[in-house]
Design a protein around this ligand. Structure first.
Ligand code: DGL
Length: 278
């Protein structure tokens, strides 16, 4: 690739970020994208702050080496545990003109305008739940409209996706259990944030097991895409450093064959991947 190649980097611990990439590609087809899935070290959700930060920083640096000026952490766990340190501590030292964005703030802004009664549920990894990022950010950014945030950690859901056992009785068992537990804690929840980018891949089962009618489910792909479009409009100095020749590149830290097969299934078109080490 030439030095004019400056794709937008999209990072996730595994396959989940593909639910975000898919919307990016639909809505911003002219941009170049490079996706990096750290499939060899997934899941991040059960790992400590230090480890998630270390792994995420490695991935961001690798995406900068690919030519990215802008990287989106399409992973709530990395956004919750690593984004702020990378933005405040690392970027000024390693790449002051580059930008790294996350997925939590866009979701928070969206749900604040959707919930009618101010009762919000968050389904996320154990790490995201333990970070309390959603309750803290909702308190800060919802202008008082979100009165109660109730979280439920779903540690089995990422392995269900990574191992391609969605739509099985085993998967349904865990999904039903977590949803029932969440709504038992707050039966008034009217809006549900899928606070992990893997979860939209389980959407059919999730909808099946929401124990009451009329609950709005917030998936992040579309929301994060709208916010990215908006960000690029507001920051022409970043936008002009994003090349626009419609290429897509896929990097994974695991074997390529499984990645190519599953990514093609999720995206709806065949892809070629390259194995890398971080
Ligand atoms: N997709 C990641 C997220 O949004 C999954 C994290 C994991 O690897 O556990 O949180």
């Amino acid at each position: 690739m030439t030095s004019n190649y400056h794709p937008i980097g999209v990072f996730d611990s595994g396959y989940g970020g593909l639910t975000v990439l898919k919307e990016f590609v639909n809505q911003l087809p002219e941009y170049d994208f490079v996706y990096l899935g750290d499939n060899a070290r997934t899941p991040y959700g059960t790992r400590s702050f230090d480890v998630v930060y270390e792994y995420t920083l490695e991935a961001v640096k690798r995406l900068f080496d690919e030519g990215c000026h802008l990287v989106v952490l399409a992973c709530n766990t990395a956004s919750a545990k690593a984004l702020r340190s990378i933005q405040q501590r690392d970027l000024p030292l390693i790449a002051p003109h580059k930008r790294v964005l996350g997925v939590i703030r866009p979701s928070v802004e969206e749900v604040a305008g959707i919930s009618k009664n101010g009762h919000v549920g968050v389904l996320a990894t154990s790490g995201t739940v333990a970070s309390d990022s959603y309750p803290i950010e909702l308190e800060k950014w919802s202008g008082g409209r979100v009165r109660q945030t109730t979280q439920e950690a779903c540690p089995m859901w990422v392995p269900i996706v990574e191992n391609n056992v969605m739509n099985t009785p085993g998967a349904d068992y865990f999904i039903q259990q977590n949803l029932e537990a969440l709504f038992q804690k707050d039966p008034l929840i009217d809006s549900l944030i899928l606070g992990c980018t893997h979860y939209p891949l389980l959407i059919d089962s999730i909808r099946k097991f929401i124990p009451q009618e009329g609950v709005r489910v917030i998936e992040q792909g579309k929301i994060v895409t709208q916010k990215l479009q908006n960000y690029l409009l507001r920051h022409p100095e970043i936008d002009e450093n994003c090349s626009k020749t419609s290429t897509r590149k896929f990097l994974t830290t695991e074997g390529v064959h499984f990645f190519e097969a599953l990514a093609a299934q999720f995206l709806g078109y065949p892809i070629k991947a390259t194995k890398i080490e971080l």
